[in-house]
Design a protein. Structure first.
Length: 104
């Protein structure tokens, strides 16, 4: 029997998601996705501390989502600022992710 903890993993995005942090977050996200059984679960990336995302950061998010899709898993973005949400809409990447309202 699977517990609810099997179905979700959480990851905090850095203050700046970009060239210097893209590899670290991608590796951490893929590790968390692979901890869950294939076809089950979702990765929640918390953007509470994130103030800036550049094109390298967007690329990292796309690679994370691609890996999740290959494993039939979901990537959700939580606590996304209006500025970053607008960037995702502008680049047409918003449909790739579940967007969650702030918790609490």
């Amino acid at each position: 029997m699977r517990s609810p903890n099997d179905a979700e993993r959480n990851l905090s995005a850095p203050e700046t998601l970009g060239l210097d942090t893209r590899v670290e977050i991608r590796k951490a996200a893929i590790k968390l996705l692979e901890e869950m059984p294939e076809g089950v679960g979702r990765l929640v990336v918390d953007f509470s501390a994130t103030r800036h995302v550049d094109s390298a950061g967007l690329g990292a998010l796309m690679l994370i989502q691609r890996r999740a899709a290959e494993r039939r898993q979901i990537v959700a973005l939580r606590n996304v600022s209006e500025e970053i949400r607008f960037l995702l809409v502008l680049t047409k990447l918003d449909d790739l992710f579940q967007m969650e309202a702030p918790v609490g």
